[in-house]
Each structure stands twice: as C-alpha cells, then as structure tokens.
Design a protein around this ligand. Structure first.
Ligand SMILES: Nc1nc2c(ncn2[C@@H]2O[C@H](COP(=O)(O)OP(=O)(O)OP(=O)(O)O)[C@@H](O)[C@H]2O)c(=O)[nH]1
Ligand SMILES: C=C(OP(=O)(O)O)C(=O)O
Length: 207
C-alpha cells in the first residue's frame, strides 16, 4: 500500500487574492473575494474526496478562509512570519511532518478527484509535479516518501521544480492542470465542470 499523501494548500488573504481575475468580477471587492474563496473551496472539496489523499490542510492568514475550510472539516494553519507562497508551504510541511507531503494550488475549481488520484498514482514513489496547462507553472508538487517538499512555486516554477529533481507528470488531467488565474482560465474551467462553490460565485457574464 503506497503512502497516502497529506496535501498543504496555500490560500492568500481574500483581499489580495486573484488580482489577475479582477476584470472578471468588475472590480467589485465583495464578489471578487467570494470568487477567490469559492475557487479554494472547490479545490479543497475535491482534494478531500480523492482516494490516496489522507489529509488536506490549508495555510492561510485569512480567518474567513479558515472558517469556511473548518466547515468542510479541513484544518488551517496560520502563515509563518516569513512572507510568500513557498515560505507558507515550507511551514506547512514542517508542521505536518507527514510521511509523504504534497502541495496543491488553491485555484482549481473544476478539479476532479479521479484526475488527482491518477496523478498521485503516476508519481509512484518519486518526487514529482504536474505542470499547469501552459507548461510553465505547477499545480501539484509531491515530495518522495520521507522527502522534502522543496517548493519553488512562482513564475517559471515548472522549470524550477524540474531542475530540483522533480519528475514532470503529464496525463489526461485537464481539471488538475487548469489553475484559474485569468478570465480565459475561468472560461476553460467552466467547460470542464465547476464545483458548486464557484458555479454559485461566478459573475453574471459567465452564467
Ligand atoms: N498562504 C499563501 N498563499 C499564497 C500566497 N501567494 C499565493 N498564494 C496561493 O498560491 C496559489 C498560487 O498563487 P497565484 O495563482 O499567484 O494566486 P494569487 O496570488 O491569488 O493570484 P494573483 O494575485 O493573480 O497573482 C494560490 O492558491 C494562492 O492563493 C501567500 O503569500 N500566502
Ligand atoms: C505560483 C504559481 O501559480 P500561478 O502561475 O498561478 O501564479 C505557479 O505555477 O508556480
């Protein structure tokens, strides 16, 4: 039986999240925050329903995010003093001390459990990652069992994770590779079948 994976999911404070999506919500801060939260809720809902995922923990300093995740039965850890996405992920990995740790982006609103499960299986016992649909970013990073997460998320992270020795995993996993940064991404995710939170939070232009 392969080690089940604990996933840390970093979620930015809603007031600062998804700035590249602001055109989609007309700049209204309330609906923008609601959409950013919905993206995370659908991502985490799919992750906790995935065979092979033992535990999901979000890393966030936003109490509203933590409260909504708690309603899903998902624990949240506060961010460390050191700012940034990778510091948040390192902090989560160090805190959980899991036998196998992974990092999942929080903006995968169409994520299907069977696709995430297939990627976990494809990783086998290797340090591996799933590139985003453009092939330049990363949506899932997995440490080897007992290994370090060593996250290099950010611009060009696919290349950085490859350089760090992670194996790039390519499969028919459109919902896992479609992280939503822009309006175009959101429209693509719409075609893949959105989770209920995002479907209910979508701006009028998409319904
Ligand atoms: N906890 C935490 N999560 C972060 C931080 N920066 C980014 N993230 C999360 O990391 C993932 C990838 O980040 P981005 O896709 O760039 O999300 P974003 O920063 O909200 O989007 P933009 O504002 O458009 O760059 C998302 O799940 C974010 O919520 C951070 O400083 N702390
Ligand atoms: C942080 C990342 O995501 P994005 O490209 O969505 O900012 C990444 O791909 O490493």
């Amino acid at each position: 039986m392969r080690d089940e994976v604990d996933l840390v999911v970093p979620v930015k404070t809603l007031d600062r999240a998804k700035t590249r999506l602001s055109s989609a919500t007309g700049g209204d801060p309330v609906s923008h925050a609601a959409l950013a939260l919905a993206l995370a809720m659908d991502t985490v809902s799919a992750a906790i329903a995935t065979p092979g995922v033992r535990r999901v923990v979000t890393i966030t300093s936003d109490p509203a995010v933590a409260a909504e995740m708690a309603a899903l039965g998902v624990e949240s850890l506060p961010e460390p003093a050191e700012p940034g996405l990778n510091a948040a992920l390192e902090h989560g990995a160090r805190t959980l001390r899991s036998s196998r740790i992974g990092a999942l982006q929080a903006d995968l609103p169409a994520l299907k459990p069977d696709e995430l499960q297939a990627a976990l299986e494809a990783a086998q016992d290797r340090r591996a990652f799933v590139p985003d649909r453009q092939g330049t970013g990363t949506t899932l990073l997995l440490a080897a069992p007992g290994g370090e997460l060593d996250p290099r998320f950010g611009v060009g992270s696919a290349g950085l994770h490859r350089i760090s020795g992670a194996i790039a995993l390519f499969g028919l996993w459109p919902s896992l590779r479609c992280d939503v940064d822009t309006e175009e991404d959101l429209r693509l995710a719409l075609t893949l079948g959105l989770g209920v939170h995002t479907a209910n939070a979508l701006p009028a232009w998409t319904t």
